[in-house]
Design a protein around this ligand. Structure first.
Ligand code: MEV
Length: 438
């Protein structure tokens, strides 16, 4: 077991690595070599990455891929995707190409309001607190003027502050429920700074109020923090075509295909076990673009899944209908995204990704990300209701299996051509390599 260490963060990068290697690895030289192999030879770039977080000892690569041929509201996009899972990018590209000749994707931002809350306890009368809040609301708003000045210039700022009485759910619990417009910034720091100022101002106002009405000791600020639940920061995207536009195959006519597709989505509407996997597939597309564009995929994940459960049971984020022989497939998803601030100005590949997308504003990025999610879900359901998911997935996974067996270039080429007409599986690859090597 490694000994407790104090002051680890103060060690140099080299000393951190030496300590790790000495206390966690049998082969210290190999451990150090693995970490150093991923250092960037450009020292400035390496330092930039080192400084993103604390105790950085190396870089962790994920593939940076692109899916071309997306048509969104009449504009063409090549979408950057950062994801480790094989077949996701291929699936997105396939869906993009399919809808390219059928009118493409339509997307619309429905709302962009973000939320933050000051959670506090109050031991006095609710009616007294309510009057106090109405009196101090202008002071609360004035207290953040310095913080909001720049945001207001860009068209954003605080939209409202409301006092919410939650004491029926938890004794003495109240909130300042605050709504924000953060324009092109994700806005987490802006929102949290405003909330902390509101909390401070609330207490300052309580301190200077007439003591017989409001008593400072009746208040306890528990915490001030933005919410990643953003049901009013929502974007929708859709595709639509006559059902006759789907190919007829020996297994399924175009009509049968469309109906089966709709049934698959209906199942995800009413069956949570399926809905979670269905939405996971959507998030394959969403997270990949969110990550490539330097946004916070954990926030997006948390918000999306909460939204999927907003009606009390967990449901699909997409819907599919057939009306008058017209097939429509759509998504509605909350996406609190930014195209300024955070990593967007710092990480060279994030900058590249945004440039590739034509430097979108946050609303444009919301549309692109929603489309990536919808495309991914379309591709997944298409596979699930026709060939099954494994056929395509294993084809794309072939390289990973070959790499696990340290296949040479020649062996890889042989395997790719062999598996054009054979089913990929771990054991089938193993057998082929044995044959090639014997
Ligand atoms: C795998 O990463 C995602 C899928 O399971 C999604 C789905 O089942 O819809 C294929």
């Amino acid at each position: 077991m490694a000994p407790t260490i104090s002051g680890f963060s103060k060690l140099s990068k080299d000393d951190k690595i030496k300590w790790l290697a000495a206390h966690h690895f049998n082969d210290e030289v190999q451990a150090i070599a693995t970490l150093k192999k991923y250092w960037n030879s450009d020292e400035q770039l390496q330092q930039l990455h080192d400084e993103f977080t604390e105790n950085t000892i190396s870089n962790y690569y994920l593939p940076f891929s692109v899916a071309p041929n997306f048509l969104i509201n009449g504009e063409r996009y090549t979408i950057p995707m950062t994801i480790e899972e094989s077949s996701v990018v291929a699936a997105a590209s396939k869906a993009a190409k399919f809808w390219l000749t059928r009118g493409g994707f339509k997307a619309e931002v429905l709302a962009t309001t973000k939320v933050g809350q000051v959670h506090f306890m109050y031991q006095g009368e609710a009616t007294v607190l309510s009057e106090f809040f109405q009196d101090i609301k202008p002071t609360l708003l004035a207290s953040v003027k310095e913080l909001t000045a720049k945001m207001e210039k860009r068209g954003g700022g605080i939209r409202d502050i409301q006092l919410v009485n939650k004491s029926n759910d938890l004794a003495h619990y109240y909130q300042l429920h605050c709504t924000f417009e953060t324009v092109d910034a994700m806005g987490a720091n802006f929102i949290n700074s405003c909330l902390e100022k509101f909390a401070e101002t609330l207490l300052a106002c309580a301190e200077t109020s007439p003591k017989d009405i409001i008593k400072l000791q009746d208040f306890e600020i528990v915490m001030s923090i933005l919410s990643n639940y953003v049901p009013d920061c929502v974007v929708s995207a859709s595709v639509s075509c006559p059902i006759s536009d789907f190919p007829n195959t020996p297994q399924l006519s175009a009509k049968q295909y469309a109906e089966k597709f709709v049934r698959a989505v209906h199942i995800a509407q009413i069956e949570p076990y399926r809905a979670v996997t269905h939405n996971k597939g959507i998030m394959n597309g969403v997270d990949a673009v969110v990550l490539a564009t330097g946004n916070d995929f954990r926030a997006i994940e948390a918000g999306a899944h909460a939204y999927a459960a907003k009606e009390g049971s967990y449901k699909s984020l997409t819907k599919a209908t057939i009306e008058n022989d017209q097939f429509t497939f759509s998504i509605k998803i909350p996406l609190a995204l930014g195209t300024v601030g955070g990593l967007t100005n710092l990480h060279p590949l994030v900058k590249f990704a945004l440039q590739l997308l034509g430097n979108p504003n946050a609303k444009q990025l919301m549309k692109i990300v929603a489309v990536a999610g919808l495309a991914q879900n379309f591709a997944a359901i298409n596979s699930l209701i026709t060939t099954g998911i494994q056929q395509g997935h294993m084809k794309m996974h072939l390289m990973n299996i070959l790499n696990q067996f340290n296949a040479s270039e020649n062996e890889k080429n042989e395997a790719v051509s062999f598996f054009k007409n054979n089913t990929v599986s771990y054991s089938a690859v193993e057998q082929l390599l044995e044959k090639l090597r014997s």
